[in-house]
Ligand binder design. Structure first.
Ligand code: AMP
Ligand code: ZN
Length: 483
């Protein structure tokens, strides 16, 4: 049985879906105002891992949703600061809409390079403004809100049962300290934890992104409301798993829970979401990633240093998702070497019977000790380091059946292309392929999928003109520098 650590209960608990015929999961996606960092990829990786284990190990029909935040977030998780998208637009001399489009594409291309299949629904915040307004109206009607003149419509968190419980067993004490107001600027709020559901546009400023909310005039949604509206639209009022990075445990997710449970009249113990799952942060050289330290690395940086995105994927697999993981270039090199060694070992003894019939698979599931050795750690709160060490142990005496099992795990969950030869695949591991060329190659792959062969040919010509050769492979493509 699958066990997951639930931030709601602060414990590891068995996973029981509301309805085994459809498991619903929502994951907080990127704000598309800059290229996602490798830290963000740890979050996308975790969402993918949860989805793959549910779907491919437990055979649950999963509906997965990851939002794309393409609007109106202020630089702080609170309700102050500059709008991230407007700031990004100024930096790049683009409109906020163009900024969002550009980075959304980078994000989607990145998922592909990282062997993450698209989530079933990837809704954009800007396409759901009326729904966000409707939810704010509901909260106004139910008496949960108050207005701060010239600022916005705020949620009164004192009216919410157990507000902030995600923060841990002593959350009430923490909140009391917050409310004592030592370091928190109240700016007219009644309680330190109250937050904006809707912000009024500043009168003296024209914003690129704003919307009319009668009778309040022009404005834009608060930081948290989009996740409540989009998750309920696609997964219903109640669903199974809500995932995000650990930074969301203190503000974004307590607020998301407060507003949505209030809007839908849900009260303990009948929760909107039963499992709240958070991945811990990726650190760089033992500290925080930050622009000022110049260590906000992206997939392009990884590729330019001669790594494959799948080396990073393998690196993530080496740590448990709930532990801090420290990124250094040496550690990534180690992950790459381990991955290449596994590839070498596995490609020299490729199994023949990869298409076992259902009955054999069923028997194998029950009895096979090698399969157990791989499935059990994943079932134990996604213990990927233990999975890898068991993988090593069962590889000490590999037989054909073991290899078949490993191949299935690699195809469905690990997704690190362990059965491809590291000498011939992922040419970018050998020569750094510039990101523009990879983008062209990804566009070409998409064009082919959409059967737009004219565009695919045109993109191939562009790639060749730039001095690269592209070849199709079952998993995608290979690129080589030819001059
Ligand atoms: P953002 O684009 O900042 O909204 O983040 C997208 C997702 O990445 C969220 O789930 C964040 O919690 C997560 N995230 C951001 N930085 C990191 C990091 N350094 N390590 C792990 N997850 C992160
Ligand atoms: Zn969210």
């Amino acid at each position: 049985m699958l066990q997951l650590y639930n931030t709601l209960t602060h414990s590891k608990v068995p996973f029981t879906p509301r309805d085994p015929k459809q498991v619903g999961m929502y994951s907080c996606g990127p704000t598309v105002y800059s290229t996602p960092s490798i830290g963000n990829y740890r979050a996308f990786f975790t969402a993918d891992l949860i989805r793959n284990v549910l779907k491919n190990l437990y055979n649950y029909p999963v509906k997965s949703v990851m939002n794309i935040t393409d609007v109106w977030h202020l630089t702080s998780d609170g309700d102050t600061g500059e709008d991230k998208l407007e700031k990004g637009a100024k930096k790049d001399w683009l409109t906020a809409r163009e900024v969002a489009k550009k980075y959304e594409k980078e994000f989607l291309d990145g998922l592909q390079q990282f062997n993450i299949e698209r989530f079933d629904v990837m809704p954009r915040a800007t396409d759901h403004i009326p729904q966000q307004i409707a939810m704010v109206k509901t909260l106004i009607d139910k008496g949960y809100t108050y207005i701060i003149e010239g600022d916005g419509i705020y949620m009164d968190t004192s009216k919410v049962e157990e507000y902030g419980e995600l923060m841990g067993p002593n959350y009430k004490k923490r909140l009391e300290n917050l409310n004592a107001g030592e370091r928190v600027k109240m700016n007219g709020k009644k309680h330190a934890t109250d937050f904006a559901l809707w912000k009024f546009s500043p009168k003296e400023e024209t914003r690129q992104m704003e919307r009319e909310f009668p009778p309040y005039g022009m404005g834009f949604p608060g930081r948290h409301i989009e996740c409540s509206t989009m998750s309920s639209q696609y997964l219903g009022k109640q669903f199974d798993i809500h995932h995000g990075g650990a930074d969301h445990i203190t503000i974004h997710h307590p607020n998301e829970i407060a507003q949505s449970e209030a809007a839908f009249d849900l009260h303990h113990p009948d929760r909107r979401v039963n499992y709240r799952v958070h991945n811990e942060f990726l650190q760089i050289d033992g500290g925080k990633m930050s622009k000022s330290l110049g260590n906000v690395y992206t997939l392009t940086d990884i590729i330019e240093r001669g790594f494959s995105p799948l080396d990073l994927r393998f690196f993530f697999f080496m740590a448990h998702y709930r532990s801090f993981q420290n990124f250094t270039w040496d550690a990534l090199k180690q992950a790459q070497t381990t991955r290449h060694n596994l590839q070498k070992k596995l490609t020299t003894t490729t199994p023949h019977d990869t298409n076992l019939d259902n009955e054999t698979i069923k028997q194998e599931k029950i009895n096979n000790p090698q399969r157990k050795a791989l499935a059990e750690p994943l079932s134990d709160d996604l213990n990927t380091p233990k999975f890898l060490s068991n993988l090593n142990s069962i590889l000490a005496k590999p037989d054909e059946k073991t290899l078949t099992i490993i191949q299935r795990f690699d195809k469905n969950i690990l997704k690190c292309d362990l059965f491809q030869n590291s000498n011939t695949t992922n040419a970018w591991e050998k020569t750094a392929i510039p990101s523009e060329i990879l983008t062209l190659a990804n566009d070409r792959l998409n064009a082919k999928k959409e059967k737009n062969f004219a565009l695919a040919d045109q993109l191939r010509a562009q790639i060749q003109e730039a001095g690269f050769e592209i070849k199709d492979t079952p998993g995608g493509f290979e690129i080589k520098k030819v001059r």
